[in-house]
Design a protein around this ligand. Structure first.
Ligand code: ADP
Ligand code: MG
Length: 312
């Protein structure tokens, strides 16, 4: 097949995307496909129209790659693409809307409030922070509504740390989430499939710094990974069921990765669903696939097959 690999882009996760994209691109070439690396610029659509690609692998991360906008473009141009469709992408990239759906669906997720930049600029929302802190309890997590790779995510241990965390999150998005801090075991569960779903074994992440931030994710050695996660059988089963439920609730096709913290009572609290999981050397989806006996290039081949099936 003639396959374009879309990578880079202008999001803050550009470098991560280039690492995912180049690795996918190499795997596709090894599999015998004809591969065209595509970056995001004003020539993208003209190139797509000229090249008559059979499929595009979306290796973008972050805004404009994961939020449904690029997916919409491929719908218009009638080009098959990997990963969930427009709706699932738009919801998945918006943690506030995702969490609303989780709550409606009975998927456990930490209690939260959402505030916009305008409420601070024009409505004095700073005076609501004490009440929000009191309701949620400390510590709490402040994060941008639509961002990835833990960029702009901060823990506020006390009320006097809240404003600083809010300011920092507002640098990354004009809407922010204040969320109850969950102490527990962090795992990611990746799901593959369209109608028939397969959950890969949960991957447990234990960052040395205690926080799974940007550096812990992409610098080898800064995080210990356990796959399968060191969970009781029952808790692991519950995490997998919850991830499958989350994938279905957002109407995902092809693939997703559900980020979860197992709380002290063994309940899998869902933080978010990613529609374009990282494919770098330290990324969690390839790690889980490997444990399930699916080496990287076969994972990529599987994603291609699922995308063609979705298109048909
Ligand atoms: N409610 C929470 N309680 C404890 N840690 C959290 C919470 N929310 C996020 N974190 C930490 O911050 C990281 C990033 O948060 P997440 O919601 O997954 O956003 P993203 O990965 O899109 O940046 C998580 O991997 C986790 O380590
Ligand atoms: Mg995450």
């Amino acid at each position: 097949m003639r396959i374009g690999v879309l990578m880079g882009g202008r999001s803050l996760e550009r470098d991560v995307s280039l690492r995912s994209g180049r690795r996918v691109s190499r795997a596709l070439a090894e599999l015998g496909h004809e591969v065209l690396d595509l970056d995001v610029d004003e020539n993208l659509v003209p190139t797509l129209k000229d090249e008559l690609l059979d499929l595009v692998y979306i290796a973008l991360h972050g805004k404009f790659g994961e939020d449904g906008t690029v997916q919409e473009l491929f719908e218009i141009l009638d080009v098959p693409y990997t990963g969930p469709g427009v709706f699932s992408s738009a919801i998945g990239f918006n943690k506030a809307l995702s969490k609303e759906i989780f709550q409606r669906e009975g998927i456990p997720t930490p209690p939260f409030f959402v505030l916009s930049e305008a409420t601070f600029q024009e409505m004095g929302a700073v005076h609501s922070l004490a009440a929000a802190g009191e309701k949620l309890g400390f510590p709490l997590v402040v994060k941008p509504v639509a961002q990835g790779s833990a960029l702009g995510v901060k823990v506020a241990n006390r009320e006097d740390e809240l404003l600083e965390a809010v300011r920092s999150a507002l640098h990354y998005d004009d809407r922010i989430l204040l969320e109850n801090y969950v102490k527990g075991t962090e795992v990611a569960v990746s799901i593959l499939g369209n109608e028939e779903l397969e959950a890969l074994p949960p991957v447990e992440t234990v960052p040395r710094s205690g926080f799974y931030d940007f550096d812990s994710r992409y610098t080898p050695g800064l995080t210990e990974y356990y796959c399968p996660a060191r969970l009781d059988e029952e808790v692991s089963r519950r995490a997998v069921e919850t991830a499958l439920h989350t994938h279905r609730a957002l109407g995902c096709m092809n693939v997703s990765r559900v980020d979860i913290i197992i709380d002290g009572a063994g309940v899998p609290q869902v933080l978010e669903l990613n529609i374009s999981p990282g494919m770098t050397e330290t990324s969690l989806l390839p790690m889980a696939a490997e444990t399930a006996g699916l080496e990287f290039k076969h994972l990529v081949e599987r994603l291609i097959k699922l995308a063609m099936e979705k298109y048909a």
